[in-house]
Design a protein around this ligand. Structure first.
Ligand SMILES: [Fe+2]
Length: 346
């Protein structure tokens, strides 16, 4: 459904106000060929309305010859900022970067955040942005979940389909994604609404079963045949099943990188305005699949890098997999029961 410029400007106003943008601040807008023109145009109007100073940095896309997918999250690591000190200097000199290009998981993003600059990624289509425009309640929900996860020693995920996963915690920090950037050096993604961390190095053990209807990203597909993954000492060592397992195996093997199989971020969805079913309504070119990553009650796990939280793995391969119908426990608290978020943990 098309969105009016007015409505998208109002949504930008909400996000920018929650992110503390004030008159006189320096805001850089990072764009590339994948940037949605309405998202860019309305951001500029909203920033002008707030009295912010702005600059737009437009960079050419890269990695086309390396990636098997058109999804901007399908090949990570190097970005159009790699080896571009002039652009990096401009971004570091900004109070806020609006990333309409997708700078996820890159050393350059780290460097910019370290300078105190905030980065807000916004790459979903306008109608998804306005449906999932973040609120203070979204932040409260994520911060409550963070309290449970911070300091925890063990996450477990089990399901009737056969998932039985043991995830020791404590080595890596907890990340809170609620859709706006209200602290210096903070990164977030509009839209989102989930909590995540990484398991201790070498600690993840067990079995993961992707049941019929579970989602694979960046494939943006619903699994038709169950996929069984064996997890040993922090790595997926076997991926077995039918056609969907064959497709996943060939895709991951194309990176020729053992780190692609490492357990990456783990957590659960907390966004009641995000839906498991929306991916089925979109062409694959149109969305990153943030509904799938954020819908309330998923168990979201991923394979690939951990450089985002200071680890050494920077593999370009990154697979996000939200599972339905899991029960997730953190130490002695159940946080998701059979795919439904527990109110206080129990
Ligand atoms: Fe991910």
């Amino acid at each position: 459904m098309a969105v009016s410029d007015y409505q998208l400007i109002q949504a930008w106003n909400q996000v920018l106000n929650l992110s503390g943008v004030q008159a006189g601040q320096m805001v850089s807008i990072l764009t590339s060929s994948s940037t949605h023109p309405q998202t860019l145009a309305t951001a500029r109007i909203a920033l002008a309305g707030l009295g912010a100073n702005m600059v737009q940095i437009d960079l050419p896309p890269i990695n086309a010859e390396l990636s098997l997918s058109r999804d901007v999250l399908a090949y990570l690591g190097t970005t159009p900022l790699t080896g571009n000190p002039a652009a990096i200097a401009a971004l570091k000199a900004s109070d806020l970067v609006l990333d309409l290009m997708t700078l996820l998981f890159s050393p350059e993003q780290h460097e910019i955040l370290q300078s105190g600059t905030k980065i807000l990624l916004a790459a979903e289509p306008p109608e998804v942005l306005v449906r999932l425009v973040p609120t203070l309640e979204d932040r409260d929900r994520v911060l409550q979940a963070a309290k449970i996860l911070e300091g925890a020693k063990l996450m477990r995920a089990v399901s009737d389909a056969g998932t039985d996963l043991h995830l020791p915690l404590g080595q890596y920090p907890v990340m809170k994604e609620y859709g706006f950037v209200d602290e210096p050096g903070r990164w977030d993604h509009w839209p989102s609404g989930f909590i995540l961390t990484w398991p201790n190095e070498g600690g993840a053990q067990g079995k993961i079963v992707l049941d019929r209807g579970d989602i694979l990203l960046p494939m943006k597909s619903y699994v038709a045949d169950p996929i069984e993954m064996t997890v040993e000492n922090g790595f997926v060592t076997r991926i077995e099943g039918g056609l969907d397992a064959d497709l996943l195996n060939e895709y991951m093997a194309s990176f020729d990188d053992p780190d692609a199989y490492a357990m990456s971020h783990i957590g659960w969805g907390l966004q009641p305005r995000a839906y498991w079913s929306t991916l089925g309504l979109y062409d694959k070119e149109q969305t990153l699949g943030m509904d799938a990553r954020a819908y309330a009650g998923n168990f979201l796990f991923s394979l690939g890098p951990n450089n985002e939280v200071g680890g050494s793995r920077s593999t370009p391969c990154h697979i996000d997999i939200p599972l339905r119908q899991c029960t997730v426990t953190v130490d002695d608290k159940t946080v998701v029961r059979r795919g439904v978020v527990c109110k206080e943990g129990s």
